[in-house]
Design a protein around this ligand. Sequence first.
Ligand SMILES: [Zn+2]
Length: 372
Amino acid sequence: MTKAAFICSEGLWQRGHGPTHPLKPERLRRTYELLQAYDAFDGERSLLVPARQATVEELLLFHTEEYVAAVESLSRGEHRFDPWRYNFGPGDNPVFPGMYETEALKVGASLVAAELVVSGEVDVAFSFSGGLHHAGPARASGFCVFNDAAVVIHWLLKQGFRVAYVDIDAHHGDGVQAAFYDTDRVLTISLHESGLYLFPGTGFVEEIGVGAGRGCAANVPLAPYTNDDIYLWAFREVVPPLVRRFGPDIVVSQLGVDTHYRDPLTHLCLTTAGYVAAVEGIKELAPRWVALGGGGYDVDVVARAWTLAYGVMLGREFPDELPAAYAEKYGGGTLRDHERPHIGQGLLERARRYAETQVRELKHRLRIQFAG
Ligand SMILES: [Zn+2]
């Protein structure tokens, strides 16, 4: 029987990037409300644990001192640092009041998740506000201020663990890949919409690591209109064999759900069924599991998908009809998708061929690397 923890505090959604920004704080609030409506935190096997703010020392596990000071100062509305130097400004990465506290709380939430898993108190912990995989050591990027995934993996490395990072967000996990590109103690795998079509424009099969890390980075770029079947085929071809060969002590996963067909920012076409199957695939591979959130910009989809993901972690099937308390506020319906996206045969064939080519190329490159 698995024991799971969900890391959550109201402070995670009290401030945000602004009213027109896609990373809406209510993604988090709605997910929490839906889980509450399902009584997901009842019983001894499910812990609801508050987040804590990461300390400066913890942020420095990945970020530079100058950057941490700049984020704190900009967040207070001061003008000591030039925001553009750190990629802040109107658009993807606006400065907002309370930014430092909010974003450091997300990192702290992911550290709490890692602490609970390492101590053996739970088998899996879900830091659903984390998974901010684009931020660099001294740079905000793609809605991400602090890279909680990179901080947590550094924290795990310090304690001697080998870590496999599996990223199923629709965007390439570029910040995490770059952070561990030259080490053989972290395997990073990212499945995502190809950088030819989507931010951040990286994550091609050729990117397999450098130096000691050569062979410890893997990327599966996918074409627009990739559906559940194609996605899961690619996932099963690549993720289980690579993770098993690497033999991690802990799996850290980024569970962004912007792969969904209703997501407004991307062009992949998964349903909740495909998403859940991928999350189940990660669970099977993870001796111990630190699960992080990530992207996902349709609020209704995010709440349902992350509720389903936490159900996978708990080993619990929530009833398909949305609970009355939640339905009254946000409208009724079902937890799982029951319709499929309509995709023309030509586009589907193209997406299938693209996935087959990429997977073949990746396996070729990594087999050479691991041979002998
Ligand atoms: Zn994303």
